[in-house]
Design a protein around this ligand. Structure first.
Ligand code: FAD
Length: 223
């Protein structure tokens, strides 16, 4: 038995039977076929403990972290789901042409599989969640079969697995739509904005936006 925990708050101590870290699709198919129950972990940052299950095999996806295909003309990249955002961003920086559109903020060591399974959002003010950036993915379902999912093939599984928290299978590869690389200007204003005016204040033509709460506890606008 091994004790695992989430990496952020360490609130989810769980005793699992074993941890396995497959390096390729074949290994992964074998693990799924031979296991009665598994849980799947990427960067292990989720704070709700949804990446663990007591007494079962924990499949650690972080060794499956390679770029599989890059179509530089179309701006499409296929990666193994255990790849983390900083590695993908570093790979793309070499091209100086394409970039990811969004990722979670506040933490970087998160996997693409974890992002897809949680249907995450970044700080894009007019973007849909990451489902909008996914062209297709492959997934190993409970029967050990590898399936291709997109908006035309295995559509129900496509809908379920994005935001499915690993309950519909192990995502193996993900094809992401990229956006052309641009230079952004950071515009910071230090002023208090009443919550009702927040939307107007943040948008002002910005692509990405964020705000902090008022932390002066003597102020009537506290938080
Ligand atoms: C500091 C911080 C900031 C955050 N900011 C944001 C934010 O801005 N926006 C946002 O949307 N979320 C945010 N989150 C939540 C974060 O998106 C999730 O915690 C994210 O999914 C974690 O990715 P991970 O690689 O650590 O996945 P894990 O925590 O390891 O797993 C997350 C879920 O995905 C499943 N999973 C992982 N890999 C696979 C796979 N290959 N196949 C199938 N299922 C899989 C797991 O079973 C689990 O259910 C934040 C979390 C932290 C700690």
């Amino acid at each position: 038995m091994i004790i695992v925990n989430d990496k952020h708050l360490r609130l989810n101590s769980t005793m699992v039977a074993q941890v396995v870290a497959p390096r390729n699709t074949q290994d992964l198919m074998q693990i799924v076929s031979q296991s009665e129950r598994i849980a799947i972990a990427g960067g292990r940052h989720s704070m709700g403990g949804q990446q663990f299950c007591a007494g079962t095999t924990l499949v650690d996806m972080t060794q499956m972290n390679q770029v599989m295909h890059f179509d530089e003309d179309a701006g499409l990249i296929t990666v193994q789901s255990g790849m983390m955002w900083p590695d993908l961003v570093a790979y793309l920086r070499r091209t100086q042409r394409w970039s990811i559109r969004q990722k979670q903020t506040g933490c970087d060591a998160l996997t693409i599989g974890g992002a897809l399974s949680s249907n995450v959002h970044g700080r894009g003010l007019a973007f849909k969640h990451i489902v909008d950036d996914i062209k297709n993915f492959t997934i190993i379902t409970h029967d050990g079969c590898l399936r291709h999912c997109d908006r035309h093939q295995n559509t129900e599984l496509f809908r379920l697995a994005i935001g499915g928290y690993g309950m519909f299978g192990v995502i193996v590869t993900v094809t992401l739509r990229l956006v052309p690389r641009v230079v952004l200007r950071r515009d910071v204003s230090v002023s208090y904005v009443p919550i009702d005016d927040l939307h107007k204040a943040i948008i002002r033509g910005a692509t990405y936006g964020d705000f902090q709460f008022n932390i002066d506890h003597d102020s009537p606008d506290f938080l």
